[in-house]
Ligand binder design. Structure first.
Ligand code: SF4
Length: 489
């Protein structure tokens, strides 16, 4: 029997095509489950429809309400193992022929072999990353890391240039929208008007790649114009420069349009040719072959219950309307105002805005980690079920009690002041913790420590911050102030 390969929204590139017949299903029910960022819905639909057009006669393309209308009862399906627990259950229930997953630098088999060597010890990112470099030869000189060091974080934590509005780099080469995008936008308008889906945020013009050709162009553009500045300014933020020197490749990577091995090989070659500094190249390779692969493998390794099974810090506050609707009107904290505003505009912010502004705010205020995880998945254009749990439940919210990160990523306003230009335009003062000018991050940091002290007392990495809390002369007043302040002061 000839098998038909059913491809999913994370499998839309050449990497998932072995030349046989294909099946592609656009199911509207996927967009009904929860509110979704409009730019994200647009990207997924546009990518699916562009792939259907590219494959032409080789693909059976269906636009239906639910997958089951097309796949139930079929015995000729083949899949490359899909990217969520729910999708894997479905393809197994259907009895589809299942091939190993693709789209990551390290295969699931290789990760399992590596994890087995760790015994019952922690699966540390740094160990995984070094093992990946050794196994693949990426940025290696024999058994040693290129340049003699594994890690260039020290070079890659520069503040944004003083008094600059932007990094001054050329605008990224944006994709050009076509009739398929126009059709997607018309459909979204119609479904929204009919109350069939709930869309949040702005849509357009489209800024992320949805075809293999656009993805390759985005990679080329990054390498030519931004790679050299990526490393040093990886963690820096400027209000007037939403992309900074970031690659904007997370969307095409998560749609399956680019092979991550090709991406890291391309970037590593720039170092080998002397075109890019090692600190930038290593920082980028670490993000893709290290962190991106690591969170993918942890998604499976930690099990389906990981997302909902932990709430170490007993965080139970419902996500506020300002987050759910991406409404910045009442948000006075300048850093949060611009981060949520940027998310509304583009469906994307870079990792420091996600972790140290938005995630830090939620952590300090005890937002429910599952609600926050799902919000990140639905509101960010690169959010997927597999990418967010280790990032949000683990790293950002410390809900897992230290499985992914050894301590909570809580910080006061001083960090934000150092790495961004937000504080200059803010009505609060990052150095003040008490009174009308008190920075909600600085005061919020101490109030957070006060609240979670019992849960973190045994964590040796928190010993110093908790000692600081105990020595705080105005501890009670700060805690009381933060209890009384409501909303988005
Ligand atoms: Fe954010 Fe505080 Fe700086 Fe204002 S002063 S931008 S609230 S860190």
């Amino acid at each position: 029997m000839t098998h038909v390969r059913w491809i999913f929204a994370g499998q839309l590139g050449e990497l998932f095509d072995d030349g046989g017949p294909m099946l592609l299903v656009e199911a509207r029910s996927v967009f009904r489950r929860r509110p979704i960022h409009r730019a994200k819905a647009h990207l997924i639909l546009s990518a699916i429809r562009h792939r259907a057009a590219e494959l032409g006669d080789r693909v059976e393309f269906h636009q239906v309400e639910h997958y089951s209308e097309v796949v139930d009862g079929r015995d000729d399906l083949e899949v490359i193992d899909p990217t969520s627990w729910a999708a894997r259950r479905t393809v197994r229930r259907l009895g589809a022929r299942i091939l190993p997953s693709r789209g990551f630098v390290t295969s699931e088999e290789e990760f399992a072999a590596w994890a087995a060597t760790r015994g019952t010890g922690r699966l540390l990112l740094e160990d995984f990353y070094r093992d990946t470099r050794l196994r693949t030869g990426l940025l290696m000189e024999g058994q040693s890391p290129a340049g003699g060091q594994w890690n260039y974080d020290h070079d890659n934590r520069q503040r944004p240039p003083k008094n600059a509005v932007s990094l001054g780099l050329p605008d990224p080469r944006w994709p050009v929208e076509d009739d398929i995008d126009a059709g997607v936008r018309a459909d979204l308008d119609r479904w929204q008007a009919a109350g069939e889906i709930r869309l949040v945020g702005d849509d357009g013009p489209r800024r992320f790649a949805v075809t293999g050709a656009e993805a390759q162009a985005a990679l080329d553009d990054f390498v030519e114009t931004r790679l050299g500045d990526f490393g040093p300014f990886e963690d820096a933020t400027l209000t007037g420069d939403w992309t900074m020197a970031h690659s904007l490749l997370s969307v095409p990577l998560n749609l399956g349009l680019l092979d991550p091995r090709h991406v890291v090989d391309t970037v590593a070659a720039e170092y080998e040719r002397g075109n890019a500094p090692l600190s930038s190249v290593e920082g980028f390779v670490r993000q893709i072959a290290g962190w991106r692969d690591y969170v993918w493998h942890l998604y499976w390794h930690l099990g389906e219950g990981y997302r909902t099974g932990h709430n170490t810090l007993r965080a139970t506050v419902d996500l506020p309307r300002e987050f759910r609707e991406l409404d910045t009107d009442a948000i006075e904290a300048n850093c949060l105002h611009h981060s949520i505003g940027g998310l509304r505009e583009h469906g994307w912010t870079h990792h420091i805005q996600r972790l140290m502004v938005i995630g830090n705010w939620a952590l300090q205020r005890g937002y429910d980690p599952v609600q926050l995880n799902d919000w990140f998945t639905d509101m960010f254009v690169d959010g997927t079920p597999w990418v967010m749990p280790a990032n949000v439940i683990g790293m950002s919210q410390h809900a897992d009690g230290g499985i992914v990160a050894t301590k909570p990523y809580a910080a006061g306003g001083a960090y934000i002041d150092r790495m961004t230009d937000y504080c200059g335009g803010c009505r609060f003062d990052p150095k003040v913790r008490l009174g009308p000018d008190a920075c909600p991050y600085t005061a919020g940091y101490w109030a957070f420590l006060d609240r979670v002290e019992p849960a973190l007392r045994g964590n040796h990495r928190m010993a110093q911050p908790l000692a600081g809390l105990r020595g705080l002369v105005d501890r009670e007043a700060v805690v009381q102030q933060e209890r009384e302040r409501e909303g988005f002061h």
